[in-house]
Design a protein around this ligand. Structure first.
Ligand code: SF4
Length: 225
C-alpha cells in the first residue's frame, strides 16, 4: 500500500519542494501573517456547527474526504460542500433527492495576475477526486476569495486528464522523497515572497555545492602559502 498523503501537503510541494521538505521531513515550522490569516479563516470555516441551508442549497462545512485506492491514497478536509438539488445528481447517504455537489475552497487573497494559483487548482482537484470517490459524483469546484468577496470557477472537468497526470507525478515524487528522507534542493527561480520559512531557510545565502570540495580548496590554498 502506498504512503498516505495529506491534500494540503501537495500545495506545499508545488509552491516550493524545499519548503515542503522542511515541513514534512524536518518538521520545521514558522508562522507569519499570511499563515495566521489563513488559519483564522480555516478555524471559522471548519466549525462543525456550521451546516446550514442557503439560497436553496444545503451547505456542509469541514467535510473530511479521502481516496484510498493505492494510486492516490489521499485524505483531507474540504472547507465547504454545497449541495444543489438536481435530478442528474447523486443521492447522499441514501437520500431520495439527488444533488449536484460543488466544493468551495476559501482563500484570503486573490492572486494579482491570475484567476487562481496552479497549486490551488491542484488542491481542489485532489479534493474532487476524493469527493467523487466517496459520493460517486462528478463534482465542481470553486475558490472563494475573501478580500474581493468573489468566487472563481475552476476548470476541473475540462483539465481532468492533465491535472490527473500531474497529480500522480507529484505524488510519486513526494513519496520517493519521504521514503528516502530527502529534502529537495531550492528550485532555480523560486519565488519566496510571503514564505513563512525565510528565516529558517535563508535562500539568499549561497550554500556550497559540496562542502568537502570547499574544505579541500581551502586546504590547497593554505598549502600554497
Ligand atoms: S524561503 Fe524560498 S526557498 Fe526557502 S522555503 Fe521559502 S519559498 Fe522555499
Amino acid at each position: 500500500m502506498s504512503m498516505e498523503v495529506a491534500i494540503r501537503s501537495i500545495q506545499h510541494y508545488m509552491y516550493c519542494p524545499h519548503r515542503w521538505g522542511l515541513l514534512e521531513i524536518d518538521k520545521a515550522w514558522a508562522e507569519n501573517a499570511f499563515v495566521t490569516k489563513a488559519n483564522l479563516m480555516h478555524d471559522r470555516v471548519h466549525d462543525p456547527e456550521r451546516s446550514y441551508v442557503s439560497k436553496g442549497k444545503k451547505v456542509y462545512t469541514s467535510v473530511p474526504v479521502y481516496h484510498d485506492l493505492p494510486e492516490y491514497n489521499l485524505y483531507g478536509v474540504t472547507d465547504c460542500l454545497e449541495l444543489t438539488r438536481d435530478s442528474m445528481g447523486v443521492s447522499i447517504n441514501g437520500s431520495a433527492e439527488k444533488y449536484r455537489i460543488c466544493i468551495v475552497e476559501y482563500k484570503p487573497t486573490k492572486p494579482k495576475d491570475n484567476k487562481y494559483h496552479e497549486e490551488d487548482l491542484m488542491q481542489v482537484f485532489a479534493q474532487k477526486l476524493c469527493v467523487d470517490y466517496v459520493f460517486g459524483s462528478d463534482c465542481e469546484g470553486v475558490l472563494y476569495y475573501a478580500d474581493v468577496k468573489k468566487r472563481v470557477a475552476l476548470p476541473l472537468k475540462e483539465n481532468f486528464e492533465m491535472c490527473d497526470q500531474q497529480l500522480r507525478q507529484l505524488l510519486k515524487e513526494m513519496r520517493r522523497n519521504l521514503e528516502q528522507g530527502v529534502i529537495p534542493p531550492i528550485r532555480k527561480g523560486q519565488k519566496c515572497s510571503g514564505c513563512s520559512m525565510k528565516d529558517l531557510c535563508m535562500p539568499s545565502i549561497k550554500k556550497p555545492k559540496d562542502i568537502l570540495d570547499e574544505i579541500r580548496k581551502i586546504q590547497e590554498a593554505e598549502e600554497c602559502l
